[in-house]
Design a protein around this ligand. Structure first.
Ligand code: 5GP
Ligand code: ZN
Length: 114
């Protein structure tokens, strides 16, 4: 947990380009953006993967969606559309083991994702 990259961004030990910050949730621009808008939205409390959610985590996970909606509106992509992604474990492509929601927008998205 002490080695968690996103906990370090939360704690200011690593610089993050923060776009949203409240008591429960932090959001920052992805350092390697895969779309013109690529924001990572995290619970401030460390949770490694979706598999580690427990009873009571419904509110924080719901809040990630609410913050995504707010950021999408701020970035002016609500009407054109955006994609929210949470990768869980290796085969899904998770590389940082602190739950994060990707908000991707401002380009056409293909389906199915790679
Ligand atoms: P995952 O592959 O785990 O779903 O997503 C991890 C994301 O974190 C990737 O999109 C990657 O570009 C991003 N990332 C990795 N290291 C950093 C960093 O130091 N700062 C920021 N802002 N994003 C990072
Ligand atoms: Zn963490």
């Amino acid at each position: 947990m002490n080695d968690c990259l996103f906990c370090k961004i939360r704690d200011g030990e690593i610089q993050g380009d923060i776009v949203f910050d409240d008591d429960d949730v932090l959001a920052f621009n992805d350092v390697n953006p895969q779309a013109p808008v690529h924001v990572l939205i995290i619970p401030k409390r460390h949770i490694s993967t979706l598999n580690d959610l427990t009873d009571g985590d419904e509110a924080i996970m719901g809040k990630l969606f609410s913050v995504a909606k707010t950021i999408a509106a701020q970035r002016g992509v609500s009407e054109d559309g955006y994609r929210l992604v949470v990768n869980c474990n290796q085969k899904a492509g998770q590389t940082v083991f602190h739950i994060h929601m990707h908000l991707l927008a401002d380009r056409v998205m293909r389906w199915p994702p790679g």
